[in-house]
Design a protein around this ligand. Structure first.
Ligand SMILES: Nc1ncnc2c1ncn2[C@@H]1O[C@H](COP(=O)(O)OP(=O)(O)OP(=O)(O)O)[C@@H](O)[C@H]1O
Ligand SMILES: [Mg+2]
Length: 261
């Protein structure tokens, strides 16, 4: 009897050890996942910091000579009457403007230009941005679906920075929907976060591209600079918020932004 009891006790102890092992494994797994995520975030923010450092210097250095090129081209243009050559000069001016636009975007991506904190109602920022895009929305025959569950109270923020978040997200979505589609905006909040979802019915981001879309200069558009989403990420991070590609398949893409209340 004593022997049997000892055997039972041994079995119980083994089962207990087994349970501990399982729990330990689960915890190690959980911690490694958290570590991986933290590491990915460090890489992401290092990329942003490098971008800021490089671009501020580069943009400044390139813009000065570009300015004088522009001035000299204007001078050449004023003394010219051959229509063919005038056309070439106009093309040069257009391309200079394009370079300047890229440099401006780079500067936007790397620093906060005029930073002004106010009480901001986020649904108003979204509505204003949608208003600005209404010509493009009409042109692309896009239906806007506003799903405001609960209107969040005002938060302390720079309205023009928040507007940039939505400008860049809407621009990408509208670009994805060449003709017809639905642009969805979902808004809600709880005790901690304001949640905004921007969705489109475009062709989606290929799964292999999803990890890179927030990287500076990652683009699949021939005319894109690949800075739109890295600007969005920088601003969201400044507000201690989060952003992720929540869904992306052949039926469209959804970005989810969470900002602390
Ligand atoms: N709504 C979307 N649907 C499908 N693909 C998207 C969407 N948003 C972003 N992407 C993908 O992510 C890439 C990066 O987007 P991002 O806005 O950073 O740069 P861009 O739009 O290419 O150029 P830029 O915004 O600087 O003009 C895009 O080129 C595209 O491949
Ligand atoms: Mg973009």
């Amino acid at each position: 009897m004593k022997n049997r009891e000892l055997l039972r006790e041994k079995e119980m102890l083994l089962a207990e050890i087994e349970a501990w092992n399982l729990e330990l494994e689960a915890r190690v797994h959980e911690k490694s996942e958290a570590l991986q995520k933290a590491q990915a975030e460090i890489v992401q923010s290092e990329k942003l910091a490098t971008l800021g450092y490089l671009s501020a210097g580069m943009a400044h250095e390139i813009r000065n000579p570009l300015n004088s090129i522009s001035l000299f081209v204007q001078l050449i243009k004023s003394g010219m009457d051959d229509p063919e050559k005038l056309e070439y000069v106009d093309k040069i001016v257009k391309e200079i403007d394009r370079i300047d636009g890229i440099l401006r975007k780079l500067l936007d991506a790397s620093k906060r230009p005029k930073f002004e904190i106010r009480d901001v109602l986020i649904h108003q920022v979204i509505d204003n941005t949608l208003e600005i895009f209404s010509p493009q929305i009409q042109l692309h025959k896009i239906t806007v679906n506003r799903d405001y569950r609960n209107i969040p109270p005002a938060i302390k923020a720079d309205p023009s920075e928040l507007e940039q978040i939505f400008t860049n997200l809407f621009l990408n979505s509208i670009n994805e929907m060449a003709s017809e589609g639905t642009l969805g905006v979902f808004l809600d909040y709880d005790q901690k976060y304001i949640t905004i979802r921007v969705s489109d019915t475009g062709t989606g981001i290929p799964a292999e591209n999803v990890p890179y879309v927030f990287d500076p200069f990652f683009t699949t558009n021939s005319r894109g600079t690949g800075l739109g989403l890295s600007v969005v990420l920088r601003i969201v991070k400044n507000y201690k918020g989060k952003i992720e590609v929540e869904k992306s398949d052949a039926t469209g893409t959804t970005f989810c932004v969470k900002l602390p209340l």
